[in-house]
Design a protein around this ligand. Structure first.
Ligand SMILES: C[S@@+](CC[C@H](N)C(=O)[O-])C[C@H]1O[C@@H](n2cnc3c(N)ncnc32)[C@H](O)[C@@H]1O
Length: 318
């Protein structure tokens, strides 16, 4: 099949969202080869390089110095910097026993674990992220242990050793979410909880149009995320397969829209200024600047919830 960009214009009537996305893809395509982008690797080495290059920009442009590499959860229609702490505060609400063991997978620059460790000094935290992404350079409180590794293989931890395992916008990187959920199930104690905050696809691939699949794939690729296995219904199935119970999936899409609106403005400004694009691309790695592609698509792909959806998944190990 021809790449999407070479296919004839849609003959079916496009809705407003599709028309806007189509226009934006055309503008982005003038500066970035989107088909090459779709062919980029998404293995751990590629992801580590992407974050080594992007951490600085995530921190200063996206997170305004808070080290968040995730979306804020807003309780109203406005963006607030404090919204980046909402995921950690949700996990904090689950720390109900005296001295618990908590593992954060894909912890990045540690905004979540650092917040929890500082607010809950009686608990023990372990944070994991992939090698070669400067993870061990994070400075941490005494009750935090940093480990370099891959959540596709958690055998470096004893089985049934954690009360809670959580991940914020990281398991999207797994080609097989089933494998990661299986690994997490092994290291959780019976009665322990898994908590995931992440972007998902609300429909299985078979139910998506070619346009939706292409748009979704471009958005994931711009952040070096695999195009595979994002359907939220599959995650529920994997949890059931691995003996999780009390599965709760909350759709938090509305709450991420204020952060996405902000990213949309920043990225839109970038794409509307060709001289700036030229200057930035000469000085800054493509790993960083291509982030603007995701930044300029996400508000459209999440709003309406037909291409992407932001979910909180919580389940208890039997
Ligand atoms: C979007 S960032 C989120 C970072 C952090 N959770 C936060 O909320 O700020 C995704 C993180 O997942 C990590 N990651 C990706 N694949 C991973 C894997 N297989 N094992 C462990 N960490 C991984 C990346 O290195 C990156 O730090």
């Amino acid at each position: 099949m021809k790449p999407f960009s070479e296919q004839p214009e849609h003959t079916i009537t496009m809705n407003v969202q599709e028309r806007e996305i189509t226009d934006r893809l055309k503008i982005m395509g003038a500066y970035y080869d989107l088909d090459t982008l779709l062919g980029e690797k998404t293995d751990n080495q590629a992801v580590a390089k992407y974050y080594r290059k992007s951490d600085f920009f995530y921190n200063y442009i996206h997170a305004r110095g808070s080290h968040s590499i995730h979306l804020g959860l807003s309780d109203d229609v406005f963006y607030h910097k404090e919204d980046f702490l909402k995921q950690a505060q949700f996990v904090e609400g689950l720390l109900t026993q005296p001295s618990m063991n908590i593992l954060e997978v894909g912890a990045g620059r540690l905004i979540n674990t650092r917040y929890l460790a500082e607010h809950c000094p009686q608990h023990h935290f372990t944070a994991l992220d992939i090698p070669n992404r400067n993870f061990l350079k994070n400075r941490v409180p005494k009750n935090v242990k940093l480990v370099e590794g891959d959540y596709n293989d958690l055998s470096c931890f004893p089985e049934q050793s954690f009360d809670i395992v959580f991940g914020v916008e990281t398991i999207c990187y797994a080609e097989s979410k089933e494998k990661v959920i299986g690994e997490i199930a092994k290291v959780l104690k019976p009665g322990g909880k898994i908590v995931i905050f992440d972007g998902y696809e609300p429909k299985p691939r078979e139910a998506m149009s070619e346009f939706e699949k292409h748009t979704a794939a471009v958005k994931w690729a711009a952040m070096r995320v695999t195009p595979k296995d994002h359907y939220i219904g599959s995650t529920r199935q994997y949890l059931e397969q691995h003996q999780f119970t009390d599965i709760e999936i909350a759709d938090l899409t509305r709450q991420v829209l204020p952060t996405l609106r902000r990213l949309d403005r920043i990225s839109g400004y970038y794409f509307m200024h060709p001289r700036m694009i030229k200057r930035m691309r000469n000085r800054i790695s493509t790993d960083v600047t291509m982030n603007s592609i995701a930044g300029w698509l996400m508000l459209l792909t999440y709003d309406g919830e037909n291409i992407h959806q932001y979910c909180r998944v919580v389940a208890t190990k039997r």
